[in-house]
Design a protein around this ligand. Structure first.
Ligand code: IMP
Ligand code: MG
Length: 187
């Protein structure tokens, strides 16, 4: 569907996941989480900024009392490769002692970000910590990290849309697509 953002869509070589596929997968994941957390108090921790769109949709598919917090870590900037160095840029604003924490992330790539964040949250006394990610790129993993919940496994391609960016662009595209490597000087 190329009704809006035609120029941004023109930078994609392929639509990988459509908005309809995303909506169906997010609904299913919300139902799964609702079952798994029955009787528990859930704290969803969204990782800024990429997970914001997924977070907002997932939140509304969960039929439980839910609290929300956001954290931010240093990003790649205008590059498509991780530096391997993770820095906390925005911390939690509340005490999470005894809470059941669900980290909500856009994509697990090398796994460095989530490995760092889950270790950090363990030190803050959460009763449990699980990870929900929209996308999983297992080929690129550099640390042993498995998401408890994920919607789509994708190949080793740089993708944008539905919150994911390249140099802060493309986050508003409703579908997820492969960015043309010419945009970032790759091939
Ligand atoms: P990791 O620490 O290597 O797992 O990187 C995770 C973070 O890198 C994600 O939260 C994204 O912000 C970013 N990232 C990794 N792969 C992509 C991609 O294909 N498109 C856009 N951002 C990506
Ligand atoms: Mg991110």
């Amino acid at each position: 569907m190329m009704d809006t953002n035609a120029a941004l869509y023109g930078d994609l070589t392929q639509i990988l996941v459509t908005r309809e596929e995303i909506a169906a997968a997010v609904r299913k994941l919300g139902q799964q989480i609702t079952q798994d957390y029955q009787g528990k108090e859930l704290m969803m921790v969204g990782i800024l900024k990429g997970a914001v769109v997924f977070f907002a949709d997932l939140l509304r598919e969960i039929d439980l009392p839910v609290k929300m917090e956001f954290m931010a870590v240093s990003s790649y900037g205008a590059t498509t490769k991780t530096t391997g160095v993770v820095k906390l840029v925005k911390d939690l604003t509340v005490d999470i002692t005894g809470m059941h924490v669900l980290i909500v992330e856009d994509i697990v790539d090398s796994g460095m970000t989530l490995s760092y964040l889950s270790k950090y949250l363990e030190t803050r006394g959460a009763a449990s910590i699980k990870i929900a990610t929209l996308l999983d790129k297992p080929e690129r993993r550099r640390v042993d990290l498995k998401a408890d919940y994920f919607c789509f496994t994708i190949p080793d391609k740089f993708v944008v849309g539905y919150g994911l960016d390249y140099d802060e662009k493309y986050r508003n595209l409703p579908d997820i697509g492969v960015l043309d490597p010419r945009v970032y000087g790759g091939n």
